[in-house]
Design a protein around this ligand. Structure first.
Ligand SMILES: *[C@@H]1O[C@H](CO)[C@@H](O)[C@H](O)[C@H]1NC(C)=O
Ligand SMILES: *[C@@H]1O[C@H](CO)[C@@H](O)[C@H](O)[C@H]1NC(C)=O
Ligand SMILES: *[C@@H]1O[C@H](CO)[C@@H](O)[C@H](O)[C@H]1NC(C)=O
Ligand SMILES: *[C@@H]1O[C@H](CO)[C@@H](O)[C@H](O)[C@H]1NC(C)=O
Ligand SMILES: *[C@@H]1O[C@H](CO)[C@@H](O)[C@H](O)[C@H]1NC(C)=O
Ligand SMILES: *[C@@H]1O[C@H](CO)[C@@H](O)[C@H](O)[C@H]1NC(C)=O
Ligand SMILES: *[C@@H]1O[C@H](CO)[C@@H](O)[C@H](O)[C@H]1NC(C)=O
Ligand SMILES: *[C@@H]1O[C@H](CO)[C@@H](O)[C@H](O)[C@H]1NC(C)=O
Ligand SMILES: *[C@@H]1O[C@H](CO)[C@@H](O)[C@H](O)[C@H]1NC(C)=O
Ligand SMILES: *[C@@H]1O[C@H](CO)[C@@H](O)[C@H](O)[C@H]1NC(C)=O
Ligand SMILES: *[C@@H]1O[C@H](CO)[C@@H](O)[C@H](O)[C@H]1NC(C)=O
Ligand SMILES: *[C@@H]1O[C@H](CO)[C@@H](O)[C@H](O)[C@H]1NC(C)=O
Length: 852
């Protein structure tokens, strides 16, 4: 039994507070505003007490940068019982929206679905939300009722790290303040989007009276995924406002949603209850994700069916829902309401759905601010056979409904949403961690989370790892959750596995998981088309980062196979390594032979259109070593045709529209590719300098320079005018957009492992095309940090300094031709215009260079 459940069973809020309150760090706002103007927030004395009353009912809190955790406030005094509405948002602009920047209807997320919640304040002391708010910068507290309340501390109790970026194991600093700010976006993002084990409790509470559910996105049983045309019956007691459930839904939660509301007794009803969406004594029914729309997550219009009696709070009702071919028959204590399919707006949205109006499982979750108990669930087939029963009083329901407390350290796609453990996103995330926080528990934890979730041999996805398991879901049900289908996410996952080994030399980890990894690689070999020799999607899925027979996905596949061949060598499977290397090389040749457009000077997006280019095609043809130097140069020059607003659109045929989403996830690959070419080129190049500048000084600068959207984290998408893409839905702490952090560390500071675990490494900065005149920093390695700095001097001189951890060797090089140099004051030998400087473990080198 967890501490949390224990607290519920003893019904002691005091015990609850002492057990749970002990964990996490208290994060306070940096400033707050009660009427005009912000005041700095101070935690000592009563400098930051504020009073909300009829004249000044609203306080806005600014946490400065992204933070996730349990919001709380300490009530110092109050005139009588009051209601306070809290609103949370990443961008400041969300404070003006009725639902903040939410709600998050794609997944339960072990967090609050809603960005607006209301507190019933009846006494002094701490009020703390039951739910985690995944990530926010801004918060409002609004007094809704008469009276006044004095609050003397307000903040977030957080299980996330918020160590200042300059104190992290990895650090980067340069002459360019903007680039330093861009570097810092990455660590702040992974600090909030990676969730440590045992810091995210269940969103459900199990009691002897059934499950006690507060308003949240319904969570679904895995037991009914293949059921159809059944009757689901349960008993429910509304504690406040209403109760909610789903039937005929996908385990992901897309399907019809039913909310039964109470009569709203004045004493126990929040005055801000939205009676348009959920009127009293009503069955409200929507189809889709929830009862409200959220950007691309559409929900059909909400139908209202009034009950012919008053629905009481505190009384038990029996509710059954019968699925048939024309609709859903809902019976509440003997009164039937038929919800005809013809009356519903059936929106499409296959992700998360059952693909059927009559088939799929059931779930439970009341609407915003409602609370209800649910118990004694039974499911009967049309012929009356009992298919399922569950009293809902045992903690085993948490596993069945996928809302177990998280006991794995994992990185999510974003702090506020989807809060799924997306594998593809991790291709950038793990490298940001390696360059900054050095939290290998998150790298190992995330990799193992996917490794635990590999499709079984009987599945069509055999060998594939789940691409987006949720926190709270059991690995046991990986086939039921069926979260597969983005084929290149498997490749990104394998890249991360290889990249973890490259930095850690953790051979035990490779050996332990080798057989699964081998199956994971074998699963992608059928993507190679026999005819073209390029990568093509099969009927089990699609690619996210490029098209079939295309440069991007083929080069990514080839590069992944090359890297996995190195992993095969680590375990001594040299035949396997050779086979994979051969496949990789033949894909690379196929790309060179068929996709290079010599007239336009780029690798074409795919075989079907040789005139179309893409940022991922250009990026991956370089990163996979397919482009030669002249091809790389002309591909980078050709990027100018993809310019759109503050960045590059993903490919030629994408519309030049103000609503086109620029993709920092994909642009991250491009940034690395350009820096790689720059580092390997002896001359400066205007196209490269321009492209680097577009990406850093415009695209990523947008995330730094606009305070109304700033969170200190990286944004999921960006509009051409520099605002966050996807409107309020956009995650402002999405590590998939944080590539500049590791690119600046690996290419501008210039430290990279060249053999596993940094036993050998390179100090090889790109100095010619980047607007930086000096850089310094540290890079964590298993043997301690590498500290390095470089500075351009007058008259073509350059100074570099680096210290090698024990048992490692570093090789120093610079892109340009060298005339002469000294190491620690002694003259060095110039070999073919190059340095010959090795730094051995435990020593430092001061290198002073005169350029040719
Ligand atoms: C408020 O805090 C900011 C940032 O720490 C600081 O620069 C400023 O001087 C402070 N203002 C006052 C009035 O203390
Ligand atoms: C109530 O819900 C409606 C429909 O979604 C919305 O337009 C309105 O802004 C909401 N009102 C409040 C006060 O939140
Ligand atoms: C607030 O709490 C009081 C005291 O427990 C209770 O009587 C009242 O119903 C609650 N109101 C709401 C809106 O939950
Ligand atoms: C959601 O938006 C769509 C149009 O985009 C509309 O048809 C639908 O009725 C809306 N649903 C709700 C609940 O407002
Ligand atoms: C609903 O029916 C149950 C029996 O199934 C009964 O115990 C309960 O009192 C009824 N509730 C109301 C509010 O009538
Ligand atoms: C579905 O149930 C409703 C209400 O019980 C009934 O009127 C309707 O005829 C049923 N439809 C089918 C196809 O059985
Ligand atoms: C439910 O029953 C209807 C009518 O009998 C049938 O057409 C439909 O295929 C069934 N649904 C499923 C998912 O089997
Ligand atoms: C009743 O329906 C269930 C589920 O469709 C089926 O498994 C069972 O065999 C049926 N029983 C009878 C007696 O027809
Ligand atoms: C890939 O290219 C080959 C050779 O042109 C062709 O046979 C195949 O249909 C293409 N596949 C796809 C999915 O485009
Ligand atoms: C690069 O490839 C192109 C096209 O295949 C070829 O014409 C060129 O000579 C190559 N350049 C170098 C430097 O190898
Ligand atoms: C750079 O070169 C110029 C001209 O040769 C010379 O006057 C100047 O002193 C040099 N500066 C430094 C810092 O060496
Ligand atoms: C260096 O390597 C030696 C031999 O492998 C080992 O004994 C020693 O502990 C290592 N030192 C450090 C600092 O890792």
């Amino acid at each position: 039994m967890s501490a949390r459940q224990l607290a519920i069973f003893t019904c002691s809020s005091l015990l609850f507070a002492s057990l749970i309150g002990a964990s996490g760090t208290i994060i306070l706002p940096t400033r707050y505003q009660v009427n005009a103007g912000f005041t700095n927030y101070t935690s000592h004395g009563n400098a930051s007490c504020f009073t909300l009353d009829q004249t000044n009912p609203l306080v806005t809190l600014d946490y400065g940068t992204e933070i996730g955790g349990f919001p709380f406030f300490d009530v110092d005094s109050l005139s009588g019982a009051v209601q306070i509405e809290a609103k949370y948002t990443e961008p400041m602009t969300g404070l003006d929206a009725p639902f903040g920047d939410g709600p998050w209807t794609f997944a339960n997320g072990l967090s609050n679905t809603f960005r607006v919640e209301t507190f019933n304040v009846t006494s002094t002391g701490r009020m703390e939300s039951f739910f985690i708010q995944g990530g926010l910068r801004w918060q409002n507290l609004l007094l809704l009722t008469e009276g006044s309340v004095r609050i003397c501390q307000a903040g977030i109790r957080s299980g996330n790290d918020r160590t200042p970026v300059n104190e992290l194991p990895g650090f980067f600093e340069s002459s360019n303040d903007l680039y330093n700010e861009i570097w810092a976006l990455g660590p702040r993002t992974v600090q909030q989007a990676c969730i440590a084990a045992n810091t995210a409790p269940s969103t459900w509470e199990v009691t002897a009276d059934g499950v006690y559910l507060r308003g949240q996105q319904p969570a679904q049983s895995v037991m009914g995924a293949s059921f159809a045309n059944y009757t689901m019956t349960f008993h429910t007691k509304i504690i406040r406002g209403g109760t909610g459930w789903k039937v005929a839904t996908g385990v992901g939660g897309f399907g019809p949603y039913f909310v039964l509301t109470s009569e709203y007794p004045p004493g126990s009803t929040f005055v801000n209850t939205n009676r348009t969406i959920v009127p009293p004594n009503t069955l409200a029914v929507g189809y889709g994700w929830n009862l409200v729309n959220q950007t691309s997550l559409t929900t059909g219009k909400v139908n209202h069916y009034p009950l012919p009696f008053n629905v009481k709070e505190g009384d038990w009702y029996e509710v059954s829902t019968t699925i048939n071919a024309t609709g859903y028959g809902v019976v509440v204590n003997g009164t039937e309401i038929f919800v005809a399919l013809d009356d519903l707006q059936i929106v499409s949205g296959s992700t998360g759905g059952s693909g059927s109006l009559t088939g799929g499982t059931w779930g439970f979750g009341p609407y915003q601010d409602q609370i209800a108990l649910v118990r004694d669930v039974e499911v009967h087939a049309q012929n009356g056979t009992l298919l399922y029963e569950n009293p809902m009083t045992s903690s085993s329901v948490l596993e069945e409904f996928g809302v177990m407390a998280s006991n794995h350290s994992v990185c999510l796609d974003g702090a506020k949403r989807d809060r799924l453990v997306w594998s593809g996103d991790f291709v950038h995330t793990y490298r940001v961690i390696q360059s900054s926080t050095d939290r290998s528990d998150f790298i190992v934890g995330s990799l193992e989370y996917w490794l635990d979730r590999q499709a079984s041999n009987s599945s069509e996805y055999s060998g594939y790892f789940s691409m987006s398991p949720a926190m709270g879901q059991s690995a046991k049900y990986v086939n039921t959750y069926n979260a597969f289908g983005l084929l290149d996410y498997q490749l990104f996952f394998l890249q991360a596995f290889a990249g973890y080994y490259r930095h850690s030399a953790d051979q035990d980890f490779v050996v332990k998981h080798w057989s699964q990894i081998k199956e994971g690689v074998e699963a992608v070999l059928p993507l190679i088309d026999e005819q073209s020799g390029l990568a093509v999607a099969t009927d089990i899925g699609a690619f996210f980062s490029g098209s079939s027979n295309g440069t991007a996905v083929s080069a990514l596949l080839a590069d992944t196979l090359s890297q996995m061949a190195e992993i095969a060598s680590v375990v001594g499977e040299n035949d396997v390594a050779e086979t994979w290397t051969r496949s990789a090389n033949s894909i690379k040749d196929a790309i060179r032979d068929q996709l290079w457009n010599a007239q336009l000077g780029f690798y074409a997006v795919d075989l079907s259109d040789s005139t179309e280019q893409s940022i991922t095609g250009s990026a991956w043809s370089i990163l996979a070593g397919i482009s030669n130097a002249t091809q790389a140069e002309s591909s980078i020059a050709a990027l100018s045709a993809l310019r759109l607003g503050v960045g590059y659109k993903t490919s030629t045929s994408v519309a030049n529209a103000s609503t086109t989403d620029l993709a920092p996830f994909l642009s991250g690959f491009l940034l690395e590719a350009i820096l790689q070419v720059s580092r390997n080129s002896s001359q400066a190049n205007q196209s490269r300098a321009t492209a680097i500048s577009v990406l850093l000084d415009q695209l990523w600068a947008a995330m730094v320079n606009q305070d109304e959207y700033y969170t200190g984290g990286t944004w999921e998408y960006v509009y051409p005018d520099g605002r966050p893409g996807l409107d309020l839905y956009t995650s402002h702490a999405h590590p998939w957009s944080a590539a500049p952090t590791y690119v600046l560390t690996e290419y501008v500071l210039g430290i990279q492992a060249t053999s596993a675990g940094f036993s050998e490494w390179a100090f090889r900065p790109a100095m010619l095309d980047v607007n930086v005149s000096w850089a310094r920093g540290r890079v964590p390695t298993p043997n301690g940090p590498i500290r390095a700095s470089w500075q351009l001097g007058q008259n073509g001189t350059v100074q570099l300094n680096v210290c090698a951890p024990k048992n490692t060797t570093g090789i120093v090089s610079v892109p340009f031709a060298v005339q002469s140099y000294t190491v620690n004051g002694k003259d060095g030998t110039v070999v073919k215009d190059k340095l010959d400087v090795r730094v051995s473990g435990g020593s430092c080198a001061d290198v002073y260079i005169v350029r040719k």
